[in-house]
Design a protein around this ligand. Structure first.
Ligand SMILES: Nc1nc2c(ncn2[C@@H]2O[C@H](COP(=O)(O)OP(=O)(O)OP(=O)(O)O)[C@@H](O)[C@H]2O)c(=O)[nH]1
Ligand SMILES: [Mg+2]
Length: 185
């Protein structure tokens, strides 16, 4: 955030598997959004770049569509995308338990690629779709324990000790909620 104060510009990359909710999160950040904005969402084709400008900050957000056919190219050219990046947000869909491992593999590749840049890059992990009523559904009644064991513990193991990171539980329901549950910085 110091960099943002100095230059007024802040570049964020938002990554994660397809359908994890990245574009929806960005819609939630936009002042113009309403319920119809969510209905018209389609899978993002490649990378979609959006600017959220206020008087003080120019936020430049790169939304990396997560469908399989795009990911290989991102990994191959990631150094290019990283130029002037201040923050990376990686989104996990907590409701998509079958694809936790696939999401973790993608996350591992990204962490590996930013290892040498980390001094300048903030790493945020969103455990997304943690909806207010999630525990009422039979298949998610133990979601806290499942997320801890199958996601958080593994995420923490992937991140090298010298990295600073923040992990949040997020949902687009109840407006956009962002509940920090862990940090080492
Ligand atoms: N239950 C729940 N569903 C959500 C939440 N956020 C997004 N979704 C739904 O998840 C689906 C996928 O959302 P997108 O925002 O298009 O996902 P994406 O990560 O941008 O997907 P790609 O563009 O393919 O990478 C949509 O049906 C959203 O309505 C949330 O917090 N809770
Ligand atoms: Mg999208």
């Amino acid at each position: 955030m110091e960099i943002m104060k100095r230059s007024g510009k802040y570049k964020i990359l938002i990554l994660g598997l397809d359908n994890s909710g990245k574009t929806s999160i960005l819609v939630s950040m936009s002042k113009q959004s309403n319920i119809l904005s969510y209905c018209s969402l389609r899978p993002t084709k490649g990378i979609s770049i959006k600017n959220f400008d206020t008087d003080e900050i120019k936020l430049n957000v790169w939304d990396f569509g997560g469908q399989k056919q795009y990911i290989k190219e991102y990994i191959e050219n990631f150094n290019r995308y990283l130029t002037k990046t201040n923050e990376i947000i990686f989104v996990f869909d907590v409701q998509d338990i079958d694809r936790y491992d696939s999401a973790l593999n993608y996350f591992k590749d990204i962490v590996h690629l930013i290892k040498d840049n980390i001094q300048k890059i903030e790493l945020c992990i969103f455990l997304h779709k943690f909806d207010p009523n999630i525990r009422e559904k039979e298949q998610f009644k133990n979601i806290d324990e499942i997320v801890k064991r199958k996601l958080i513990d593994k995420i923490v193991k992937i991140i090298p000790a010298q990295f600073s990171y923040k992990i949040f539980k997020t949902t687009i329901y109840s407006v956009f909620e962002k509940d920090m549950i862990m940090t080492n910085g």
